[in-house]
Design a protein around this ligand. Structure first.
Ligand code: 4NP
Length: 144
């Protein structure tokens, strides 16, 4: 695998964390893999990750504050070897767009579970759990 794209709904909470964690692991492991993230929606295009995602990544010494949201497009399905959906609804939307090189992040050690959408969480609580799940799955994904 040479390139991977993480996709959630807004590209401001979950997939930027996945991108940041993957970048760190790739750097540490000396892998030659390109990573990016995107959202199925355009709602937050151009925006930085949400503050709680920036904080939880920062707490793990990962800086995602410079990332900017963008919407996924069909060209991504050719550009990237693997498209990784953060939950089932993202997976279904990508499939409907014609994506075939598609997996769910939760398939890597979490029995296909959704990474919960923290956008509607009340405050910071929950983001640490989301981070832990993403980190564990991304580790498995990169060593598959
Ligand atoms: P994400 O979270 O998909 O993890 O970036 C969300 C961000 C924004 C919205 C929903 C989920 N929204 O409804 O605007």
């Amino acid at each position: 695998m040479k390139s991977v794209l993480f996709v959630c709904l807004g590209n401001i909470c979950r997939s930027p964390i996945a991108e940041g964690v993957a970048r760190r692991l790739i750097e540490e492991g000396g892998h030659n893999i390109t990573v990016d993230s995107a959202g199925t929606s355009h709602w937050h295009a151009g925006e930085p990750p949400c503050k709680h995602s920036v904080t939880v990544a920062h707490n793990h010494n990962i800086d995602i504050s410079k990332l900017r949201a963008r919407q996924v497009c069909k060209a991504d399905f050719r550009t990237f070897d693997l498209i990784v959906a953060l939950d089932q609804s993202n997976y279904n939307d990508l499939k409907a767009m014609g994506c075939t090189n598609l997996v769910k992040l939760g398939d890597y050690g979490h029995e296909g579970a959704d990474v919960p959408d923290p956008y509607f969480f009340d405050g910071f609580e929950g983001f640490e759990h989301v981070y832990t799940m993403i980190e564990s799955c991304v580790k498995k994904l990169l060593t598959r």
